[in-house]
Write a protein that binds this ligand. Structure first.
Ligand SMILES: [Zn+2]
Length: 131
């Protein structure tokens, strides 16, 4: 179950359209939303830019008590920005309590994960890229 969810999450993120991103402002209603068992995943941007080969920007409204996948690693670098709720982020072996205003950076290939340890949804935005 967890493995299937992780696979689904990963394959959706990697389904980049090869078209270069357009310069545009999107609101939440324009993001591609999928309802995962762990919460609502919204992809705003997914594709190449002038500077990088692939860029994914989106948000995840993570349900209370859930994690989108076991701690994982990938070649992409990643930022996560917490805007609502409370939880924990594991990055490169260190677990940190997070809440609105917290931000994570993870270098390519380092293990990281996020867990909603609160009783309300945890909303975070993520930006993931590879040159
Ligand atoms: Zn990641």
């Amino acid at each position: 179950m967890a493995a299937a969810a992780a696979f689904s999450f990963a394959s959706r993120i990697q389904a980049a359209d090869s078209a270069k991103l357009q310069s545009v402002t999107l609101d939440a209603a324009q993001a591609k939303v999928t309802h995962e068992p762990f919460g609502d995943l919204a992809i705003y941007f997914n594709g190449a830019t002038d500077q990088v080969g692939s860029m994914t920007a989106g948000s995840l409204r993570l349900k209370a008590g859930r994690s989108p996948h076991p701690p994982h690693q990938h070649p992409e670098e990643e930022f996560m920005v917490i805007t609502e709720g409370n939880g924990e982020i594991l990055v490169d072996g260190k677990m940190t309590q997070v809440g609105p205003g917290s931000m994570m950076y993870c270098a390519g290939g380092k293990i990281h994960g996020i867990f909603n340890t609160g009783t309300e949804p945890l909303l975070f935005y993520f930006y993931k890229w590879k040159v």
